[in-house]
Design a protein around this ligand. Sequence first.
Ligand code: ADP
Ligand code: MG
Length: 499
Amino acid sequence: MSEVRLQIKNLCKSFGITRAVQDVSFDIMKGEVHALIGENGSGKSTLTNCLTGIYSKDSGQFILDGKEINPRNQVEANDEGVSIIVQELGTLDSLTVAENIFLGHENKFVKFGIKNTAAMNSQANDLLKQYGFDRIKASEMVDSYNFEDRKLVEIVKATYFNPKIVVVDETTTALSQEGREELYKHINRIREEGNTVIFISHDLQEVLRMSDSITVLRDGVYIDTVKSADVNEDDLKKLMVGREVSGSYYRADYGEAVSDEVVLTAKGVTVPGLIQDISFELHKGEILGFGGLSESGMHEVGKAVFGASFDREGSVTLSDGTGIKDIPTAIAHSMAYTSKDRDNESVVMNQGIGDNICLPSLDSISNKAGILMSKKMKEFAGKHAATMSVKMVNTDQFVSDLSGGNKQKVVLARWIGKDSDILVLDSPTRGIDIKVKQDIYQLMDRMRKEGKSIIMISEEMAELIGMCDRILIMKDGRINAELMRDPNMDENKLIEQMV
Ligand code: ADP
Ligand code: MG
């Protein structure tokens, strides 16, 4: 019989009129990986943020090893033996890697009022080495590293002190396959040491593979806790959405001819050190996929096409001859781009949903004299937020308050509002649950039928296979293969070309 590690009793948390967590109670055991699943906005992050002192709960109790805990911040939570790798970026730009790892616990390195930076860096470097993350250096500023490496820093920060409970909130969506394997290793280690991992992920395969038990939330309400060994993906989907979900949700057509009309031509596009001699044509009404390992250069292709790369060589030309060299030209010619790194590049977090949606369309919303009209902006934002069914209180709400999937909807609503003809979508469904994913796939299918052209860059092979007319596989900065839409395509065919 396993022992209870954490009892959650009658937990409640609201944000204004949003009841994010409603009277939730369940137990989590020692030495288990306990997954928490539910659609976007079901309250997973709110629950774990209350546990780890990021939010203060309204009522209810957390009982850890028989004793009630009430951390008021993450440092207090760490002192109780609870840590979290948060869903969004959890490192601070203005600090070094070492300072991030030991944030709030610097006094370990203070003697006679003086911080011993050398000792701190040396201990951080030892840890990074132990974790196999040697390429990250303790004394460097954390913002000199990319999103993935910063997540690895967070793994160290959250686990080095052997906490009793580690919360992993949607971390895997930010990681490449290699990064995921690293994380899995540490999750398994924590479990073997008799400690507990609360694992939040949208990837149900991963949830089934990694967890011992699974708790399902829906709209802030507790639905059920099941043993992972007793259920399959369809059972989980049913519990999450409360109805039968059909297995396939990608576009269903095969063998439809794509128009000959070319809307965009890339020729010899090179970004030194990242991509080399990329040439392709994008057709009207086509969904063109880019796949590859995360460092293959595919994410840079999206930026380069949109005129957002530094030092780009080669050309990107639209059918009317316009060369795309910078972002303003791209936007003025009906191109749209959503970044993989949604929080840093795609949305303005400290602005309202409405402002975010209106941003690229301000020209058309303002009157002849160029004066913005707030009523018109409100209508515009409201309309497009509704098309995407963004789950929100109103369009004045800050984007930073939304769940990941809803942030993504805001990003897409912005470009749909602009009625873009060419969309470059980098990882459009990263960290998004099945229902919103389905919405996005249906939207892409609709746009393709309306004659819009889409470049979809994705690390998820299933969606590339399911949605694209054609897939270009990148390897070491170059296009390595071209695969046409085919009902018999499987992931192995893609992988063969990636490695
Ligand atoms: P999940 O992690 O399951 O996707 P969240 O816990 O992030 O869901 O969100 C649950 C609900 O609470 C959502 O409706 C979300 O918009 C709302 N919410 C979450 N955080 C905040 C916040 N800081 N301010 C206002 N509303 C929030
Ligand atoms: Mg969340």
